[in-house]
Design a protein around this ligand. Sequence first.
Ligand code: GLU
Length: 295
Amino acid sequence: MGHDGRYAPSPSGPLHVGNLRTALLAWLFARSAGARFVVRVEDLDRGRSRPEHERGQLEDLAAIGLDWDGEVVRQSERGALYAAAIGRLDTYPCFCTRAEIRDAASAPHGMPGHYPGTCRELTAAQRAERQAQGRPPALRLRAGGARVAFEDRVMGQYEGVVDDVVVRRNDGTAAYNLAVVVDDAGQGVGEVVRGADLIGATPAQIFVADALGLPRCSYAHVPLVLAADGTRLAKRHGAVTLADRRAIGESVAEVRARLLESAGLPGDLDEALTAFDPAALARDPAVWTGEAVLR
Ligand code: GLU
């Protein structure tokens, strides 16, 4: 526990330089504290996950000089653990479609993006009726608007309101917010370092951890890399993967040096490890212009 860390990519495509920067920082957080570092493949979304992407991602992580402890863990192989955890929670079936939740939330007094609680108090008869219509339900954990606050090591104090959390999707697979919590605890992760785009999901994950009686992790959400147009870096922004950069004649060491320098660190990985200071990390996004990552 403590500072034991992880990187948990979804194998839905090649990693781009923004993902690699997050991975480097996650590794630096753990290794600079002398802690363990593990890798987990988040392949619950069977439709988007591909073994060739998993392979390519792990190769790229190794190529930029990251090492990890133990075997790589795959979420697609952990369904029994998730089912056991879900069985320990106070859940109810939710038959709502996305569209219904959206419509209810946009009604007067509705809160955009918030689950209106439609299925929370259904009677047994109402549940049976919906079931009979053939709609498979998701399972939600009661949270009912709980406030959860935490101190992020990079972003500072953060607070969120937690809706009833979906822990099992209506296709029967574990929901991301459940799987992440079960896996972080199961893999002994004490400190979650990941992209700032995921900070909004953290209060729900802390709520799930509390409900399961698991220790809370500490969190460090690191700034994303944006493209010059201010949007989140993506494939359409050109040569953004390690393979792309190699194809235009750049070495892995050059790419890595730029990513480290964009975080205010020396471009050499060993020197970066010695110099790394979590408290000195910028909160602002880095900008990738194709030629350089600026701060
Ligand atoms: N698998 C998620 C992603 O690739 C990251 C989840 C996490 O770090 O908790 O965006």
